[in-house]
Design a protein around this ligand. Structure first.
Ligand code: PRX
Length: 644
C-alpha cells in the first residue's frame, strides 16, 4: 500500500494566490448561505447586455434549472469583444501542431476577425439562431472559431469528437437535427491522417437535412467533393465582413449540446445554456487555476469533450487568458513532447488526464528531465481518479516538487469543475479531489438515500442546483429526470461513488453505474454490447470494466456465439472491428472472452456483478450466488478466465 502524504500549501504559493484557506471558507459559506449576494457579485464579472432579475428558479423533481433569469448576454462578446480595449494584441490562442515545427499565435484582435467572418459565412448559408451545427474537427484553431461563431449568432453547436466513427457521427447529427457540419479534409495525430471529411460523407448519406458542409483544408489530402453542399472554409470566409454583431442571447438560451454516454440506451445530448454555463466555466477557471494576467495555460483535452469546451475555449477566453491548443499526441515524435511544448511556449499552468501521466510514467524520468519546465507553476488532473503513485510522479518528476496539483472532479453534465483544491487554500492529499467549489453542495447518500454525516462512503449526489448545471437531454426531457433526478429524489445523482474523510475531503472512487472510463473516455457498457450483438454470429454479449494499468479501466466483453458458431480469432477480430465501426476505435474491447452462456438470475437478468468479479480476477469473493439459475455457467467462465 502506498502511504499517502499530505502536502500543505507552501508559503510562497499562498502569498501569490487569489484566495487562501480562510478566504475560501468565507466565500464558500457565503455562496451557500447568501447565494443571492454571492452570485450577484460573481455575475458582475461578465458583461450583460441586459441585467437579470431573478437569480435562480430550480426544481430537481422536474429537472428544471434556470439561472440569471431575464439577463441578456453573448458568450463571444464576453470571450472576445470586451477584451479588445485592453488586450487586442495579446495572444488568445497558441496553436501547437502535430509536427513540432508548426505553431501559430492568434491574438484577440485576430480571433475577433476570424470568428466574425465565420459567423457571417454561417449566416450566408442560412444558419440562424437556434439552428444546430455539428463540429467534427481536428484540434486546429478553426475548431474554436467554429464554436465561437455559432455562439456569436446564437446557433447551437454540437461538437462530435474526431475519434467517433461515421455511424456514431450520423446518429448524433440526426438526434440534434443539425443542418450544417463544419469539418476538415483530414486530421493529423502522431503523423497519422484521420479521414474526417470521408467520415462526414459516409454519415451524411443518411442525413438529408444537412445542407452545408464547411471544410477546413488541413492536409490537402484527397477527398470526395459534393458541390451541392461542400464549401471550402477558406472560400466561405474570404469575402465576408470582419464584423458581425453579437446576438443578444437570453441567459437560458441554449449554447451547446454535447453527447455523453450513460448506463443505458444511446448517448444523451447534454444541453447547456448561456449565462450559468459561462459564469461557471469562467469562475472555476479563474479560481481553480488561480489564473494571473499574462500567464500561458495549456489543457491537453480534445475540444470534442466537455473539458475542451470549458477549459480550452470558454473558461480561458472569458478570462482574457492565453490558451494553448495542441493538435498532436503525447508520444509523437517521442514521449518528451508534452514537456518540450511546455518549454517552447513557456507554459505556466498544465492540465491533463491521469491516463496520459500513467502512459508517460512507463518511460521513466529521462524524457521529462531532459527538459526545463521552469515556467510551470500549477498542474491539474481531470477525467478519472488519479492513483497516488501517478500523483506523486506528476508532482515530483514533472512539477519538480514545486507545483501544486489541482485534481478536479466534474462531469459533462456539471459543465464546470465541482470539487477541486484551490492552490492557495487547500492542503493536498494525493488521490483526493478535496473540497467543493463555491456554490456546490455535495452529499454522500446511503443505500436508503439518506445523507451520510461526517466521514463515510456512499454515492455522490448534489443537493442544490448550480449555475452550469445540465438543463435538459436534448429532445427528451423525461430522460433527464429519469437519469439524474429519480434514483434519489431531491438530489442530482452523479453516477459516482465517493468517500469523505475526517477533513471533509472527497475521494472519488469511480462510477457506480454501468459506465466505463477508458483512458478518460466515457463509454456506456450498453453501447458496446449493442454493437457486438449486431453481428450475426453473436447471440448475446455483456461488457464490464476491469482495472488497466494505463487506461484506468479496460473493456472486458463476454460474448455468447449463436448455436453452431465456432469461436475463432478471426471472428474476435471482426467483432472488434464492428465496435470500431459503430462507435470508434477507442471503444474496442481489450479482452474478449467466449462464453457458452452468461450467468443469469432465474428471471433471466444477467448478473453483471459476477461478470465484473471474474473480469477483475477477484474470484475468492463472488458474493451471493444463490439466485443464479445455473451455477455451472460461472465455473465454466472462471475456468476460461484462468486459461487465458
Ligand atoms: O467518474 C467521474 C470521472 O469522469 C466522469 C465524468 O466523465 P465526463 O462527463 O466525460 O467528464 C470528464 C471530464 C470532466 C465522472 O462521473 N471523473 C472526472 N473527473 C474526475 C473523475 N473521477 C475522479 N476524479 C476526477 N478528478
Amino acid at each position: 500500500m502506498f502511504a499517502i502524504e499530505r502536502h500543505p500549501v507552501s508559503d510562497s504559493v499562498r502569498a501569490q494566490a487569489l484566495v487562501n484557506n480562510e478566504q475560501y471558507q468565507q466565500l464558500y459559506q457565503r455562496s451557500i448561505n447568501d447565494p443571492d449576494g454571492f452570485w450577484r457579485e460573481q455575475a458582475a464579472s461578465l458583461d450583460w447586455f441586459a441585467p437579470w432579475h431573478t437569480l435562480t428558479e430550480s426544481n430537481f423533481q422536474e429537472g428544471q434549472a434556470a439561472w440569471f433569469i431575464g439577463g441578456k448576454l453573448n458568450v463571444t462578446h464576453n470571450c472576445i469583444d470586451r477584451h479588445l480595449a485592453t488586450r487586442a494584441d495579446q495572444v488568445a490562442i497558441i496553436w501547437e501542431g502535430d509536427d513540432p515545427h508548426e505553431s501559430a499565435h492568434i491574438t484577440y484582435r485576430q480571433l475577433h476577425d476570424k470568428v466574425c467572418r465565420l459567423a457571417n459565412a454561417l449566416k450566408a448559408r442560412g444558419v440562424e439562431k437556434g439552428h444546430r451545427v455539428c463540429i467534427y474537427m481536428p484540434m486546429v484553431p478553426e475548431a474554436a472559431y467554429a464554436m465561437l461563431a455559432c455562439a456569436r449568432i446564437g446557433a447551437i453547436h454540437s461538437v462530435v469528437f474526431g475519434g467517433f466513427s461515421p455511424d456514431a457521427l450520423r446518429d448524433r447529427i440526426l438526434d440534434a437535427d443539425c443542418t450544417c457540419v463544419i469539418t476538415a479534409d483530414e486530421g493529423l495525430r502522431g503523423a497519422k491522417r484521420i479521414p474526417l471529411k470521408n467520415n462526414v460523407d459516409q454519415a451524411l448519406k443518411d442525413c438529408p437535412n444537412v445542407h452545408t458542409t464547411l471544410v477546413v483544408q488541413r492536409t490537402e489530402g484527397d477527398i470526395a467533393w459534393h458541390a451541392e453542399r461542400d464549401i471550402w472554409y477558406h472560400d466561405a470566409v474570404r469575402a465576408m465582413p470582419s464584423n458581425c454583431p453579437a446576438e443578444p442571447m437570453d441567459s437560458e438560451d441554449p449554447l451547446f449540446i454535447l453527447y455523453t454516454s450513460g448506463s443505458t440506451g444511446t448517448p444523451k445530448g447534454v444541453l447547456h445554456t448561456t449565462g450559468g454555463y459561462l459564469l461557471g466555466a469562467s469562475l472555476t477557471f479563474k479560481y481553480v487555476f488561480d489564473y494571473k494576467d499574462g500567464e500561458i495555460y495549456w489543457c491537453t483535452a480534445d475540444v470534442g469533450w466537455i473539458t475542451g469546451h470549458s477549459y480550452i475555449v470558454y473558461g480561458p477566453l472569458a478570462n482574457g487568458a492565453t490558451t494553448l491548443m495542441f493538435e498532436g499526441v503525447p508520444n509523437y515524435p517521442d514521449t518528451s513532447r508534452f514537456w518540450q511544448v511546455i518549454d517552447k511556449h513557456q507554459v505556466n499552468i498544465f492540465y491533463t488526464a491521469p491516463t496520459a501521466i500513467r502512459a508517460l510514467m512507463r518511460d521513466g524520468e529521462a524524457p521529462v528531465k531532459k527538459t526545463s519546465r521552469a515556467s510551470l507553476r500549477l498542474l491539474g488532473s481531470v477525467g478519472e481518479p488519479i492513483n497516488p503513485e501517478a500523483w506523486e510522479w506528476y508532482y515530483h518528476v514533472v512539477g519538480d516538487t514545486r507545483c501544486p496539483i489541482v485534481d478536479t472532479w466534474w462531469q459533462t453534465e456539471t459543465g464546470a469543475i465541482m470539487i477541486s483544491p484551490l492552490p492557495g487554500a487547500t492542503d493536498l492529499k494525493p488521490g483526493s479531489a478535496t473540497r467543493p467549489f463555491f456554490g456546490v453542495q455535495p452529499v454522500l447518500l446511503d443505500e436508503q438515500g439518506q445523507e451520510i454525516d461526517g466521514a463515510g462512503s456512499g454515492v455522490l449526489a448534489i443537493k442544490a442546483s448550480w449555475p452550469s448545471q445540465i438543463r435538459s437531454v436534448y429532445g427528451d426531457h423525461q430522460r433527464l429526470i429519469d437519469t439524474y433526478f429519480s434514483a434519489y429524489p431531491g438530489y442530482y445523482f452523479t453516477g459516482d461513488g465517493a468517500r469523505r474523510d475526517e477533513d471533509g475531503y472527497y475521494w472519488i472512487t469511480g462510477r457506480v453505474d454501468d459506465v466505463l472510463n477508458v483512458s478518460g473516455h466515457r463509454i456506456g457498457t450498453a453501447e458496446v454490447e449493442s454493437a457486438l450483438v449486431l453481428h450475426d454470429a453473436v447471440a448475446e454479449a455483456a461488457v464490464v470494466g476491469y482495472p488497466h494499468d494505463v487506461k484506468g479501466q479496460g473493456i472486458y466483453a463476454y460474448v455468447t456465439p449463436m448455436a453452431g458458431i465456432e469461436p475463432s480469432a478471426a471472428l474476435e477480430d471482426e467483432l472488434r472491428q464492428l465496435v470500431s465501426k459503430e462507435i470508434g476505435s477507442f471503444a474496442k474491447p481489450d479482452l474478449l472472452q467466449w462464453a457458452p452462456a452468461l450467468p443469469k438470475t432465474r428471471s433471466g437478468k444477467i448478473m453483471r456483478r459476477i461478470l465484473r468479479k471474474i473480469a477483475c480476477n477477484e474470484l475468492d469473493n463472488l458474493g451471493d450466488t444463490s439466485t443464479l439459475a445455473d451455477e455451472g455457467v460461472v465455473n465454466s467462465l472462471i475456468d476460461a478466465r484462468h486459461n487465458r
